[in-house]
Design a protein around this ligand. Sequence first.
Ligand code: SAM
Ligand code: SF4
Length: 442
Amino acid sequence: MINELVTEREWHHLYPEVDQEYVWEYPLFRGESEPGKNLFESQDTPLSNDLGLYIHVPFCLYRCPMCGFYMEIVKDRSFSKRYTDALIKEFMTYKAHFDFSTKKLKSVYFGGGTASLLEAEDVGRIVTLIKDTITNNETVEITVENHPNIATKKYLEDLKKIGVNRVSFGIQSFDDADLRLLKLKQREEQNVKILQTALEVGFDTVAADLIYSIPNQTIDVFLSNVNKLISMGVSTISLYSMGLSERQEDLYDLMPSQEVEHQMFSESMQLLLENGYVQVAQPDFCLPNHINYDTEITWKAPQGEQISLGAGAWSYYNNFLYCNTHNSKKYMEDVFNNGYSIQYIQKATLDDQMSRYMVLGARCFDIPDEPFKNYFGASIFDIYGQEIRLLESQGLIERTKTGISVTMNGRYYVDNISKTFYSPANRCRLQPYCYGVGDEWR
Ligand SMILES: C[S@@+](CC[C@H](N)C(=O)[O-])C[C@H]1O[C@@H](n2cnc3c(N)ncnc32)[C@H](O)[C@@H]1O
Ligand code: SF4
């Protein structure tokens, strides 16, 4: 079972202290999967016409010990052409079954794994096909996630030529002691160099991920990481709190305390806000005009739809939540034979759809009432009055002219807030992968 059922106590972890589980997907799977073909047999009216395409590349050259994602190790880029052929075949299945004329393509996002292991030419083939199919795409944001050690100037220039306008880098830290302790292969020098190169190549947006609360990390070291990105002119900065995997048991005792972690979170938030960044989601800060459409589509209420292609990719489309087969060999075989390869799929009930609006909406802080009323025929205050009053009394949210908003204090407790809106059917179900990767995925 992907979304394991646990007790209330386990589910809340340290609740009402900050919840340790990152709520990134909703609703959660329960019971048997439906047949994959159900997805293609009807088309629901969506909550929003905004559409995002996510392309998953679950391959890496080595496994970082902290990694809790499903990934497969490859030696080089030789998988790229055949894997891209499968991605294209999978997209053609959508093209054959759905009418995209009313959709607005907001984002095409290549993520991983290591998305930058796809040949630039293959990225180009996919982008062209998607843009030719979904023609309402004037403002589309096209992102490729890059690994600092793998991207080169030539690769970045090639991406730019084929229309990629946003690149992101898993920087994690500029401190070599942090990088060594986490057994990551990049060093400060490579991190700085690749960001400078990307800025020179001239993408609309250069984004970087940092991890805070790394074992032994001090507040000063973390803040100097943030300062470095600000001074370089990196326009989107995502801050992730360290989650150790079971391969890192030796580091558990070296984790900064909860108080230090909270201080890192609030001081870096302050620093970024003072420097003109807007927090568009927990964990993303952007300079104005660099708002990340992929995040908005996935989380911001009213959420858009997301079709995700590739092995192990997660989609929410046509009011179905589903994930593709994780094993890339089986994924490709299925796609070449049947046009798609869905491992688990579940139709969202009306209850799921309503609570999804709130659970994921909380990650982007402002939850408007009007689109909810228009789609579901009732106000968020009628359906979630009790939950809203509870969170208001805890100082985690407040009412606004348009709906509700997470308070500055509440931004640290976003996962607690999200969980308050879980429907009874989803309560006590864990998010996928929060304890690492189970054997069933191998
Ligand atoms: C979805 S991952 C992108 C995948 C990419 N292959 C990577 O890990 O670099 C986005 C970010 O999550 C963060 N991340 C990955 N593993 C983490 C962990 N164990 N604890 C905290 N943050 C983590 C890193 O900052 C990473 O860049
Ligand atoms: S953390 Fe990212 S780069 Fe490292 S192994 Fe996992 S998916 Fe690959």
